[in-house]
Design a protein around this ligand. Structure first.
Ligand code: ADP
Ligand code: MG
Length: 341
């Protein structure tokens, strides 16, 4: 009954540390917002979520707190994280029935307690059936890998709080590694670089822009320059300086090396048959971090393998969860087993 399927209120969700995306069968992505919440410090009442909450960062009074509840890939504040997920679900189902079935992508390193919190919050939003899937598995499906086959695939999903590296075969994760080194750490390194080398204080938004425009993991064909405005830590007044992409790259060396070493470590742990599949097929990158300039080249040089960036890497996980909700029985082997009794 395709009509029923297209108008059903099933939802697929990528609950990312930086961004939350929601997919509706037959419609595609219907929500794409930062995983940010503004709430009343005293009552814990949620005031705003997503884009609305993000614009409040740094502009609130003392009773309002703005946080990213999933910041490091772990749920920093359960109550607020739950409230955020519920509010996002309500936002897309406003005048609709509550969602019937929900598939949610979660970091592979998430604890049992956190899994339970995610399940509970979707249930509290009215979902009758909640399924969880590990993000790298969802990304692999979103990229179009045939995850059921007995063929090894390597996926590296670099988000805001975590980098997830996984080898997938026969609908399961054969080996994986979840690092707390990802986009946020790169931003922090850029902030530290300006503080230490230029006595310049810059904010997170500025660091993010610098990373997008000039950040890189290997030398660029043509190195870039960027004007950066911040506050001089000595005089206290605003100042502008010009820096080169070479300096920005040097400030990112450590975390990038950590991610590359993680990939090498996982390759070492991969059974030889699967490793030879990966050698043949290459390594696939997803998540916003995959957009860092020359990261693919850097990983390729370190591993000697071909490296491919997913189409629209920021949406790979939600596309994967979307495929799963649209064909739940086919994909049921890839879901995280519900250990709750
Ligand atoms: P998550 O799954 O954790 O929510 P995303 O996959 O949405 O994360 O990716 C968000 C991360 O990607 C952020 O840290 C952001 O800075 C980074 N990012 C987005 N675009 C780029 C870009 N062009 N260059 C480098 N990093 C980027
Ligand atoms: Mg993600």
């Amino acid at each position: 009954m395709p009509l029923f399927r297209f108008f059903s209120n099933d939802l697929a969700i990528d609950l990312g540390t930086a961004n939350t995306l929601i997919w509706m069968p037959g419609k595609g992505v219907i929500l794409d917002e930062p995983s940010v919440v503004a709430f009343d410090r005293n009552t814990k009442h949620i005031i705003a979520i997503g884009h609305d909450a993000q614009t409040m960062i740094g502009k609130t009074h003392k009773d309002i707190k703005v946080i990213r509840p999933l910041r490091d890939g772990v749920i920093a504040d359960f109550e607020i994280a739950e409230g955020m997920l519920r509010a996002f679900i309500h936002k897309v189902t406003k005048n609709w029935q509550p969602p019937r079935r929900v598939v949610i992508g979660v970091p592979s390193g998430i604890s049992e307690v956190e899994k339970r919190a995610v399940r509970d919050s979707a249930e509290h939003a009215g979902a009758r059936e909640v399924h969880l899937i590990a993000e790298p598995m969802a990304a692999a499906i979103g990229i179009g890998m045939e995850v059921h086959q007995s063929v090894g695939n390597m996926i590296v999903d670099i988000g805001g709080g975590t980098s997830e590296i996984a080898v997938i075969s026969l609908a399961g994760i054969v080996a994986d590694l979840s690092l707390r080194i990802a986009g946020n750490v790169l931003n922090n390194n850029i902030i530290q670089f300006f503080r230490r080398t230029h006595n310049l204080l810059i904010g997170e938004r500025t660091a993010e822009i610098i990373k997008h425009k000039t950040g890189s993991a290997a030398p660029l064909e043509e190195e870039l320059e960027i004007e950066v405005k911040g506050r001089d830590l000595v005089t206290g007044i605003p100042k502008m300086i010009v820096v080169s992409s070479v300096d920005i790259r040097n400030s990112l060396t450590e975390p990038i090396t950590d991610i590359v070493n993680g990939i090498l470590r996982l390759l070492e742990q991969t059974p030889p048959e699967l490793a030879s599949d990966i050698l043949e097929r290459g390594i696939f990158l997803s998540g916003g971090g995959a957009l860092l300039k020359e990261l693919d080249k850097r990983i390729s040089q370190a591993t000697g393998m071909a490296v491919y960036i997913a189409d629209d890497p920021l949406q790979a996980v939600v596309r994967g969860t979307g495929k799963v909700i649209e064909n739940l029985s086919y994909y049921s082997p890839v879901l995280i087993k519900n250990t709750r009794y």
